[in-house]
Design a protein around this ligand. Structure first.
Ligand code: FMN
Length: 173
């Protein structure tokens, strides 16, 4: 039983999620591929898990391209979909908008893994945007009368739930 985890990331939050997922899938034959570096052959796997993080309201180009090019093959495989983002209040919108309905209907799981607003060391423009996103959370909580801003975080229980669904899907094969 071969499981492919194919994902896209820029600063590694999704990679952290995938490490947790790999641990939760211990005992299964799991092959993890970062789409920014490699293009896996979906045909080689029994189960496919696919996802990535949101930038400027969209998935990164590698994942968008993979979704487009591999759509028909993905429809033939037991499929789990996941995504990460920093604006957690928008996660449902992203999850619905960016995975085609056909794939969502076909998938055995469609799960938000959370996200972070960790400030990267590199690009100043990304640092600026992340600081703005953090401030927006603070502002909205002050306006709501709350003064303990809650930054987004990785949702460990959602990642573990994906692992449970994968094991169930494997039993059905
Ligand atoms: C330049 C930039 C743009 C971003 N745009 C969005 C966005 O439009 N919506 C959102 O919810 N999160 C946005 N984020 C937050 C990322 O989705 C979040 O930090 C995520 O955890 C990154 O995952 P990764 O490190 O795996 O790429 C943005 C982050 C950066 C740096």
């Amino acid at each position: 039983m071969k499981v492919l985890i194919a994902y896209s990331t820029k600063y590694g939050t999704t990679t952290t999620c995938i490490k947790r997922l790999e641990k939760a899938l211990q005992g299964m034959e799991v092959h993890t591929v970062c789409l920014e570096r490699e293009q896996p052959n979906v045909r080689d796997y029994d189960i496919v898990l696919l996802g990535g993080s949101i930038y400027f309201g969209r998935f990164r180009p590698a994942l968008r391209q993979f979704l487009k090019e591999q759509h028909s093959l993905l429809m033939e495989k037991p499929l789990g979909l996941f995504w990460c983002c920093g604006r957690t209040e928008d996660h449902e919108y992203y999850g619905e908008k960016h995975f085609p309905k056909s794939l969502r209907d076909h998938a055995f799981a469609h799960i938000f893994f959370g996200g972070t607003l960790r400030i990267p060391k590199s690009s100043w423009i990304d640092r600026f945007l992340l600081h703005s996103m953090r401030s927006a959370i603070l502002e909205s909580e002050i306006n709501d009368g709350e003064y303990t801003p809650t930054l987004p975080t990785i949702l460990l229980e959602s990642i573990d739930m994906m692992a449970t669904y994968v094991r169930e899907a494997a039993r059905r094969l």
